[in-house]
Structure formats: structure tokens, C-alpha cells
Write a protein that binds this ligand. Structure first.
Ligand code: VGL
Ligand code: ZN
Length: 180
């Protein structure tokens, strides 16, 4: 069974020092680098917002297209990524899910490459990882969430646990990087 890795939003603004930092968000980078060779294909998403968007009524300004905050964490081995998706590019939508990417169709790419299983990692557990993983289940993929390669915004304490429970209850399987 062919499998792909989806790396969600491992961008400077979601890492310590960034505009919407996830606690220890940078700690997952080495875990992700260490599993890349186990997959047939690697796909990334990047939050890629215009300067003005309704999204910034809910969130501090982050990941504005073309800025340093929107770049990948510098240690991520992004040369190994086969497809780089941009999302949240409109000024009227949040674009939380990688399946809402505007630059290419993730579903189309996975089908063209006969991918049946999608492994999801990245930032943030309680928003874009969750939305992407649940969409993957709904699109018919065997979907795994790599629990030691994700990190949460945790606007409310416990949001990470709630998100993991929600993903599991919608059909996502939970796996640790060592088990892949
Ligand atoms: C995200 C909040 C706002 C994410 C993006 O990548 O999870 N969270 N924009
Ligand atoms: Zn965003």
C-alpha cells in the first residue's frame, strides 16, 4: 500500500519566536526529518495569507505570503518535498485544511500517485492538522496522525487532547513515529 506524508504548516510563525507560536513547535522538525525516507511521497502545506483577510479578525497577523514568517522552519529538509501546497490564500476564508489548498488539488495528486494511506504531522494539532486529517478520512484515505510530530496552539488548555480525540472519533488512526 503506497503511503504519503503530509507536513502541515511547519513554518517560522508557528515556531517559538513566531507570530502565532506553538510551544515546542520546533521540536517536531527533527522527528519529521527522521521519517521522510519511509514514504513514497511527501507533501507540505503552508499557511499563505494576504495582508488583509477575515482570518486576522480571529488571529494575530501570521504567515503573510512571501514573508519570513511564512517560510518553512530552516531545519526542515524541504528539498525532499514532492508537492508544496499553499492555503488560506483568499481574504474571506481560513483555509485550515491542506485539502483546501488553492495552488493544486491534494486529492487529485494523491489519486494520480495511487496513494492509499496519508500520514499527517505538523502544526497546529487543534487547527490545520485536525482539519486536514479529518478531510483525509472523508476523502477515503487511510489516515494516520503522528502523535509525536504534531504541536497545538492550545488557546484553551486541553485543546490538544480534544483535537486528538476528535480526529480519532472521526476515523483517524494514531501512531508514533517509531511505529512507522
Ligand atoms: C493555523 C491558526 C491560524 C494552523 C493557521 O496552521 O493550524 N492555526 N492559522
Ligand atoms: Zn492562518
Amino acid at each position: 500500500m503506497k503511503k504519503a506524508l503530509l507536513i502541515v504548516d511547519v513554518q517560522n510563525d508557528f515556531c517559538p519566536g513566531g507570530a502565532l507560536a506553538v510551544k515546542d513547535g520546533d521540536k517536531i522538525v527533527s522527528v519529521i526529518n527522521g521519517i521522510m525516507d519511509k514514504f513514497d511521497l511527501i507533501i507540505s502545506s503552508q499557511d499563505w495569507h494576504p495582508q488583509e483577510t477575515v482570518h486576522f479578525e480571529k488571529w494575530p497577523i501570521h504567515c503573510v505570503a512571501g514573508t519570513a514568517g511564512a517560510e518553512f522552519h530552516p531545519d526542515l529538509e524541504n528539498n525532499k518535498i514532492d508537492l508544496k501546497l499553499l492555503k488560506g490564500t483568499g481574504n474571506k476564508d481560513d483555509g485550515y485544511s491542506a485539502f483546501e489548498a488553492t495552488s493544486a488539488s491534494l486529492t487529485g495528486f494523491l489519486h494520480e500517485n495511487n496513494i492509499e494511506s496519508l500520514y499527517v504531522c505538523g502544526l497546529a494539532t487543534d487547527y490545520c492538522v485536525k482539519a486536514s486529517a479529518i478531510d483525509a478520512v472523508e476523502q477515503g484515505f487511510h489516515t494516520y496522525v503522528i502523535t509525536d510530530a504534531i504541536g497545538a496552539v492550545n488557546a484553551q488548555p486541553g485543546d490538544d487532547e480534544k483535537a486528538i480525540h476528535e480526529m480519532y472519533s472521526k476515523g483517524c488512526l494514531l501512531i508514533e513515529s517509531e511505529e512507522i
